[in-house]
Ligand binder design. Structure first.
Ligand SMILES: *Cc1c(COP(=O)(O)O)cnc(C)c1O
Length: 402
């Protein structure tokens, strides 16, 4: 991938490239999708309702609205909070750009609040300092699958009457103080992209307990159109509908939902497997002082979307890029999650941030490395990753460290 030769003679740990994340689709999933393709419903139909019901029950949320992607779900949630020109949302710099973009789509802007250096989640104290009279929503992310400090964030937000959109794209199936993520914020977003906990190809969802948000999310998904007799201003006949808001076509298809429903049956097994692999990594790396393994808070159960380590660069004779390239040369598909939002040219030009603005996020980013983690990894895959970590870390270890 990188063109760099593997260290110690150029023989890589693996012959075949191991990606950092991968879906797990079996014959039963394929059969479920094929069944739906034989029906009359290939766009939005009964499987969408069924999928929404399964996920909302699983997450203990009252309502769910499926969308064509997690990004569309974020956009819809931003719309439902009423964000428009002159409004701000607060999110973390260590996330995928879609979290900030959802506010920009609606003509609003983005304020970032720095992260905690142990969980890499948004710091509630930094949120507090970032709230202004223009803040319309707070958008914390359950980074890597570890739930954010939702109790503290709820307290801060509700003091100001600001709704929370929790981005749980990494955290389907995670638990916070014994409760499933999904019903703990005003709205919770999920993604079903193939690297996430379960997949529908592309796909996303918003969960909420609030009926007003629920109705807004539904119309936003279909062009802002309603046929609801209670809402339309007049009724000219059975064909009649009204477009009352500017919405989009953000619908998910029935055959994608059939895949989602089938995948849901395996969700708990997938998470269990992810956690087993994390245990194996943690045990294998506990004597390597050059890396910091992920920290899981006592009162949460992470869904472990990704396994992120922090390289202790002062103990290594290499920078992160050298280490990254060394892993790729071993055919280990490491990644970096994420390039801080405020490093992107668009955010620097249009939102007005610069490097140096969020020290915790920046320090984290410089040291971050994501190792492969997905349920379908074999024992050999896991051993290869561990072997590559030892090979690379011992190679670049400081002389003083032995
Ligand atoms: C994947 C992801 C999204 C976007 O989801 P898509 O389904 O890819 O549009 C948003 N936020 C985070 C944190 C994600 O990881």
């Amino acid at each position: 991938m990188s063109g760099t030769l593997a260290i110690n003679g150029g023989v890589p740990v693996r012959k075949e490239y191991l990606s950092y994340g991968h879906q797990w689709i079996n014959n039963d999933d394929i059969k479920a999708v094929a069944e739906v393709l034989k029906t009359d419903w290939v766009t939005q139909g009964p499987k969408v309702d069924e999928f929404e019901k399964i996920v909302s029950d699983y997450c203990h949320a009252k309502y769910a609205v499926a969308f064509s992607s997690g990004t569309a779900a974020l956009h819809a949630a931003a719309f439902a909070t009423g964000i428009t020109e002159g409004h701000e949302i607060i999110t973390t710099p260590i996330t995928f750009v879609a979290d900030g973009n959802c506010a920009l789509y609606q003509g609003g802007t983005v304020k970032l609040a720095d992260i905690q250096s142990n969980t890499y989640n948004i710091d509630p104290q930094c949120i507090k300092k970032t709230i202004t009279s223009k803040t319309k929503a707070i958008l914390p992310v359950d980074f890597a699958g570890q739930p954010c400090d939702i109790d503290e964030i709820n307290e801060i937000a509700h003091e100001h009457g600001i709704p929370i959109i929790e981005d749980a794209a990494h955290a389907l199936g995670a638990e916070y103080k014994g409760k499933k993520v999904g019903g703990l914020a005003d709205m919770t977003i999920l993604s079903f992209h193939p690297v996430k906990a379960i997949t529908t190809g592309e796909g996303g969802m918003v969960l909420t307990n609030n009926v007003e948000y629920y109705e807004k999310l539904q119309t936003f998904r279909t062009h802002g159109i309603t046929k609801d007799p209670k809402k339309i201003k007049k009724n000219e006949g059975a064909w009649y509908y009204e477009m009352q808001d500017l919405g989009y076509n953000y619908r998910l298809t029935d055959f994608q939902c059939a895949l989602g429903i089938s995948q849901c049956k395996k969700l708990d097994q997938f998470i269990k497997r992810r956690r087993e692999i994390v245990q194996q990594y943690n045990t294998a790396f506990k004597d390597l002082s050059e890396i910091v393994a992920p920290y899981e808070k006592k009162d949460v159960r992470s869904a472990y979307h990704i396994y992120v380590i922090q390289l202790q660069l002062e103990k290594l004779r290499a920078d992160r890029k050298t280490i990254f390239d060394a892993f790729r040369a071993e055919n280990i598909g490491v990644q970096v999650h994420y390039i801080p939002v405020h490093y992107h040219p668009y955010y620097q030009q249009h939102v007005g941030y610069k490097q140096g603005d969020f020290p915790n996020a920046e320090r984290y980013y410089e040291r971050a490395l994501t190792l492969p983690l997905f349920p379908r990894m074999t024992t050999q895959d896991i051993e290869d990753v561990i072997q590559a970590v030892y090979k690379i870390i011992t190679f670049y270890r400081n002389k003083e460290e032995g």
